[in-house]
Design a protein. Sequence first.
Length: 582
Amino acid sequence: MTTDVPARTVPDGMLLPFGDEEPVRLEFLADSVARLAEEAAERPALTVLDRRKVPGVAGRQETVTTLSYRELHDRARAVAAELNQVCPPGERAAVLCRHDEHYIVAFLACLYARVVAVPLYAPELFRSQTRLRSVVQDSAPLCVLTTSHTDADVRAALAEAGWKGDRVLLVDTAPTGEAPELDVPAARPEDVAYLQYTSGSTGSPSGVRVTHANLAAAAYQMRARFMPARTAVSWVPFFHDMGLICGIAAPLSAGLHMVHLSPMGFLHNPYRWLRAISDHRAEWTVTPNFGMAHCVQRISPEEAAGLDLSSLEALAIGGEPVHARSVEAFVAAFGTSGLNASVPVPCYGLAEATLSVAMTPAGEGAVSRHFDRAALAAGEVVPSPPGPDATTLVSSGRPVAGAAIRIVDPETGQDVTGRVGEILVAGPNVTDGYWNRPGSTARTFADGRLHTRDWGFFHEDLLFVVGRIDDVIIVRGRNHFPEDIEQTVEGAAPVSATAIAMEGAEEQRVVVLAETEAAMLNLPETDRSALKERVRQAVSRHHGLAVSDLVLLRRGVLPRTTSGKIQRRLARERYAAGEFGG
């Protein structure tokens, strides 16, 4: 399936073609917020729910901060005025704020000042600073935006990263009076708005050059599929592409009221996410797949009974593969809370496409199909009844407005309609490359199209994503997709599995790294051996593969990206180094 758009869309101003539809005239995000500050000045733009230490009060207290569109605009303009004095248009400014209103103000200020934003995060004790150091060194920002609460930690982290600059602006202390006129040129569609660093699931993070036109197109695509809505809720990190587009760009450009809670707040107590949806009568929210599983594991039936999720019309699921088992468990657990089974809508995207490539329309629900496992491994798409010889895949929906998707042989570049191949994407949301990486840019964006390195196919006009090309396990000349093996393992034992390939003497050997609860790790050796044998038999029976090693690990040990995806390359390296035992 393809959509009739050229490989590289060249916008005429902000008049963008979207497939067979009439061209769409779009606004830059900063212009949208400025307009709404006039047209809907007192409408709430964002609310931040947080638990903070309040002076003189024991423990952490729930705090609620709300900014109207006028207040948001005024604060962003005030910070932009100060930024304009120290950071010329086109230079880079890193955003190192907490997940709160100051982060959104800082990001908008960069857009107002025509400075290239580098979305990052404030240093935190629980988070490795490896990514922060890597991004700071790669992007070499001239200026840094943070707050007075995190200033000392940010300066220490910047010094450790070898940052040579000294221009640090505090977002929360900028005067909010009458801001002076900004002495900046008008933004052009092709100007870079920000650098979106990739999650690093296949290597070190790379800075994707997202233009103002890309950002406007991405926000439109999200609105076209999920709007109208009045209120949305998100906990996804702002520095991640899903958090930035779904939590900032799309809702603000549509005039929504966006309710935010922190990622750590969600991880500690996922009930807070669903409570926010219930309390604010939100119509829309987002999560990676693991967010649903986290809720099912951590929210009791008694807590679920106190929720009213009947207002929710779309739960966009992305950032990692979507599993039918996770969707079914989530719907079953919260159906009594008013959640409609059609609410979960899987999506597929990546940073290089400014997030979205395909989405399931709101109201259609998750669509699962069964395919013959052996045929799929050979590149054939053969529907199959459920059973031991079938694998279950969840559709990612249909291409977003203006996106052209081709399925090709990754070696020859020829179309392979009806077969498994590499997913190629073009459209106004597709970026033009990486910051300072001409080699990677030439490979990934060859012929004006985004080569995703993801296996996928179309079936019943729906896109199904099979897995990463670089992660495929090849044994005796046959391809085996790790996600399929992991599905089998998780059906045989109460674990979260990651299948990796290690080089053997003659061929690749399969290793399964399985995270599980502490109680499972503390079982007697005979019971653990029986569990491992059950897993080995299941993989042998369904895939014809021998598991050379199965390692049980406590949850949270395996390296993950910012969106929760396993970093398979790093997992292989750590396994080879003996860090996981055996």
